[in-house]
Design a protein around this ligand. Sequence first.
Ligand SMILES: [Zn+2]
Length: 511
Amino acid sequence: MANPSRRIWKSIEEFLAAGESVAALTYERASADRFRRSKRVGKSVKDQHRENLAVIARRGWTHLDSFRDNDLSASRYATKGRPGFELLMEAIASGRGDVLVVWELARTQRDLAVYVELRDLCLENGLRFWMVGDRLYDLANKDDKLSLGNAAIQGEYNADNISAGVQRGLEGTAIAGMPHGRAPYGYRRVYDPETKEFVRQEPDDTEHVSPAGIKYTPAKVVREIFGELEAGRSITRVTQSLNDRKIPSPGGKTWARSAVRLIGLTPTYAGLRAHYQNIYKAVWEGIVTPETYWAVKRLLSDPSRVHTRPSRAQYLLSYIARCEVCKGPLARVHIPYKGGFDSYRCLDRGCGEVRREEMDDFANKTMIKWLSDPEIHAKLIEAAGTSDEETQKATIEKTRLELDLENWERQAIAGSVTPEFFGKIQVDRIAKIKEQEEIIESAKIPSILRGLIGPDAERRWGKAPLEVKREALRLTSRIEVAPTGDPKDRYLGNLGKRVDWDWIYGKKTKN
Ligand SMILES: [Zn+2]
């Protein structure tokens, strides 16, 4: 029988959407074999606690309480004081907590007995969810229940935890914001000359001279790549420019487009650290600002933008806004009189026109208002969150594939794998990611909007490249402009009345 004071979840979806109203308990426990073997095995109780708190923070839950058993030899059958395990059992039995967060499951039979007992207690008392490392278990699901069962726990540890353990180790470092692996191009690492311990990672400002006689520093090259991409230049053009000046690639050869693209997609350069879909502030200084990084990431990684040519459109609304009379496109024209100004004019028939600056201003304000409206935000999130089990699975699989690809990217940048090998991996992973994306596509907010919505919309919109803004406008809005109706003044403002702005996002069916 479930304890009446504990919330009863109708579904796992309801639980996943509940955010801070989910109360989380953590349990940290020293592994039995940690003390048996001379070699250090597993994470310390303190590290487990830190990881567990990070999991809670990322999920947006509320941390209710933590229980720990530091010294296993004295814990379970101890006579002095009560072990964390008993206190945890008591908390569960008394109806506290919606989810139990633990770092890892048992490594030994002796540990296992503890977890099986805990699981049974949770089942009896209606504590339905367990978070083990990165994996959520639903005890109402028979497969999950089985996974938490005796034999499965052992088997799973032996089979899966080797690589998962490595990744979680990375996550621990990610949370601490410390670098791992080799220093990426553009950075250098400073070590203490005596202890040989890592001190810091800093932009590599060592000056070099290219065979063409051009002075450069690796950090400057990185800054240049981001700057050019953010300005909408193509990867080909940026690559060409580096090779023209004979600036060597990270591997000391000529630059390939893929190398330029990789740099543009690496959060390291913004002083950020990526792990799974989470970005952490790193301990090192960024070479570019996070805003630049996000702008470039949006430009390079949005699948809907692959076929757009960023440098082509120069005006916010040309060919997006339409004429209310003939429904034809408005295009920008320059008006040479009255001091000279730009206008958007009905291209096909010249039914009417509007001053470009005024119209752009109107459109910017309208979009910012919409993007920062909490109700709109909630609606979009809701639309994205009503996913069935298939969508959930696809999301998890996509995240896993992306992480995997990122790891290979890092290695490719560091030069630990050849570009050819990376190329093969990349093709394979991108195809698999696309498969998952197709499954989740209908339920998801387009990535371009995801990067813009929220309370910070005004700043984000302001920084967004023109092509991103145009894409967002196309995606969300149908904009028609009526003529002034005044034969003496074709440019009269009054846009509040002349513009018919229809929000099509969410109404439109998938095409
Ligand atoms: Zn017209």
